[in-house]
Structure formats: C-alpha cells, structure tokens
Write a protein that binds this ligand. Sequence first.
Ligand code: ADP
Length: 260
Amino acid sequence: VLRIYINQIEENNNINGHIIIFEDITLLKNLEKMRRDFVANVSHELKTPITTIKGFIETIQENHITEPKTLERFYAIIYEESDRLSRLVSDILALSQLENKGGFDKRYETIQLDTEIMQIFDILKLSAEAKNTTLVLTSKESIKLEFVADEFRQMMINLIDNAIKYSEPGNQVEVDLSEEDHNIIIRVRDHGYGIPEKDVNRIFERFYRVDKSRSKEKGGTGLGLAIVKHTVQNNCGKITVNSQVGKGTEFMIQLPKNKE
Ligand code: ADP
C-alpha cells in the first residue's frame, strides 16, 4: 500500500516545481488490521461467557427454578463461565502489558532455573494429578538466568499446562534445561496429541486454536502461546516447535545468557 503526497514548490508566487513523496504504509495498514481483528476477537470471546451467564440467570429467574439439582447444575455453569471470563481478562492484560512495556522498565532477577521449575511443578500439581500426569525435570545442571520472575513463571506455566492439557491421561511431561554457547535452552516435551503441520505456524497467534472446542473444554483462552512468544521475543530469544500428530510436541526456547 502506497501513500502519495504532492507538494508544490512556490517562490514569489510562481510554481517552481513539485515534490512527490511515496510512502510504503503496508506495515502500518497490516498493524491496523491486526489491531482491529484483535478487538473484534476479544469482544467475541468476552461476549460468549457473558451471554451464557446472563442466559442461565434469566432462566432461573423467569422460570422460578427452585429444584436443588437443577440449580446446582446451573450454578456450576455460571461459575465456570465467570472463571473463564476472569482468565480471559488476566491474559488480555498480561499480553497488553508485554506489548506496551517491551524490554523497558522491568525488574530483572537472577533465577535459579531448576529450583524455579520445581516450584512451577508444585503450582501445576493439581492439574497434573487430575490427569495422572508425571512432571519431570530431566536435567541436573545448575543454571542461572536473568529474567523478570513473574514473566518467566507465566511463560513456563503456559507451556507446561498446555503439555498436560493436550495429552491423554497417564502421560509424562518433561522439562529439560541446558546451556549451549551463549544461550540457555529450555525444552518442554509432551507425548500428547501433537499439532498438525498446517497449524504449527499459527498456534502463536492470539485466539488461534487447532481444535476450538477441545481448547474451550480444557479452559483455554487461546492467548497462552501468544503470551509465551511475546515474553521470549522481549528477551531477545527464539521459540521453536517440533510436533508430530499422535506422538507429541516439543517447544524449545533459546534465551541469550547475557542481554546486550
Ligand atoms: P489455549 O488456551 O487454547 O490452550 P494457547 O495459545 O496456549 O491457547 O495454544 C493455542 C493452541 O495450540 C491450542 O488451542 C492447541 O490447539 C495448540 N497447542 C498448544 N500447546 C500444545 C501442545 N503441547 N500439544 C498440542 N497442541 C497444543
């Protein structure tokens, strides 16, 4: 997309010539479109639980429902949908903070990675146990990383939580830490459903889900990987995915040891 400006050059009321400026605004237009799409998607995602909550409350009121079993079922749905709403809002906020702040104005801390991963395993213990999944840290190396503590935790929780969510019960999820040259490598591996090749490049997009109903059923917001990708990029890192349908998925994060 080109934007064209034409300016007349005048001297003593005489037109001496013209300046024509061509500006390539393709990137700007694309950014605008992405922003518009995001707002439309956010509105849609927020509307769905709100409509459900309102719908069930109206049904209870208008039909004067008092039967305890029915009420219990309706309240459970209302609770679940409010919970989804609150997760959505937190994820939208986290994403917008990551975008606005970039690498500035952050509190970096030294993170002892193995200790931190074990703490994250503790946080995810209940979800893992519910699916009879074993969480394993496969490396014994002691590695330190400079990072914003909350952001590191959120990034790892999102990846490990996905690994649990998108696997059959009774599987194992592995986290591996290593150092290579000037990088720290973190791998999160599962033996779950895997991701079809055609979707692999899109899973980091906001609200992109391979299987929408599966993601929703598992309580996903569709923003987890967008948050991970932003965090990695803000820290000059790279993230890659290796996946095979029916076999499993490995996410690999590469982070520079020293930020230049
Ligand atoms: P969601 O809240 O839907 O999990 P994410 O952004 O975390 O959103 O992930 C986007 C989509 O990528 C998911 O809906 C799922 O289809 C796919 N995905 C993410 N992690 C995995 C994984 N470990 N195994 C299989 N599919 C995955």
